[in-house]
Design a binder for this molecule. Structure first.
Ligand SMILES: C[S@@+](CC[C@H](N)C(=O)[O-])C[C@H]1O[C@@H](n2cnc3c(N)ncnc32)[C@H](O)[C@@H]1O
Length: 218
């Protein structure tokens, strides 16, 4: 169970998203920015953290590179779907599903503990789950899982619309950089793309969305 002092995460929202199958964030193919970034980086036997992972197939990319992946996703149906859809046999103990070189924690990010900092942290669309009020708790917990030697590659979105519109909530690259700078980690822009906003966003006056990725290695 989550510590009551932590801000609530909108679990009902995400449970409904999964139950209704409206998982527009899910990509069938590997994220191309991620593939491009890691293509020449040796990940053999490296430990990779993927927070708020959904059932992302990007896990498979890291496996192919010889890494050990730890993914975290509270919606258990998504975790099972990942293993079943990819025909990966797994065993289950308490909240943890294990198979090949994957440890998939089916629980709340804030409940996941690890004593050794991960070698790599890949985050696509996890910061955007939290609004401005809840984000400091996310970064505080993230700081217990990584350190300044961890290779980070992380992506979020920004736009001209209101801060309280979401999820996904917008975050400026400067805010992400500042949150990680407080952990002694210095991020720089790796890629940035402007795209037309979804119909839902356009209905509230958001025309374009910036999708960007940052890293502490260039
Ligand atoms: C926008 S999706 C991104 C999924 C994945 N990173 C991807 O690229 O496909 C956010 C995911 O976070 C999960 N989630 C939300 N709050 C969470 C929490 N507190 N702990 C663990 N997972 C959470 C949701 O169920 C959802 O699958």
């Amino acid at each position: 169970m989550s510590d009551n002092t932590l801000p609530p995460t909108p679990k009902e929202f995400w449970s409904d998203v999964w139950k209704e199958g409206v998982i527009r964030f899910h990509q069938k193919d590997y994220n191309q920015a991620m593939v491009h970034f890691f293509r020449d980086i040796d990940l053999k036997n490296k430990t990779v953290l993927i927070p708020l992972a959904g059932k992302t197939n990007d896990i498979l990319f890291f496996l192919e590179k010889g890494a050990h992946v730890t993914a975290i996703e509270f919606y258990e149906g998504a975790v099972m779907a990942f293993f079943n859809e990819n025909n990966i046999p797994f065993t289950k103990k308490d909240h943890t599903y294990s198979g090949q070189n994957i440890t998939f924690y089916a629980g709340d990010f804030f409940d996941y503990k690890n004593h050794i900092p991960f070698d790599v942290m890949y985050d696509r669309a996890s910061q955007v789950v939290f609004n401005q009020e809840n984000r400091p708790a996310y970064y505080a917990h993230m700081s217990t899982l990584i350190d300044k030697h961890t290779i980070l590659f992380l992506g979020a979105i920004d736009h001209q619309g209101p801060h309280d519109y979401g999820p996904p909530f917008k975050i400026s690259p400067e805010e992400v950089m500042s949150a990680y700078k407080n952990m002694g980690i210095f991020l720089e822009m790796v890629s940035s793309q402007m795209n037309a906003a979804s119909e839902k966003m356009q209905a509230v006056g958001i025309e374009e969305v910036q999708t960007y990725f940052l890293s502490n290695i260039q």
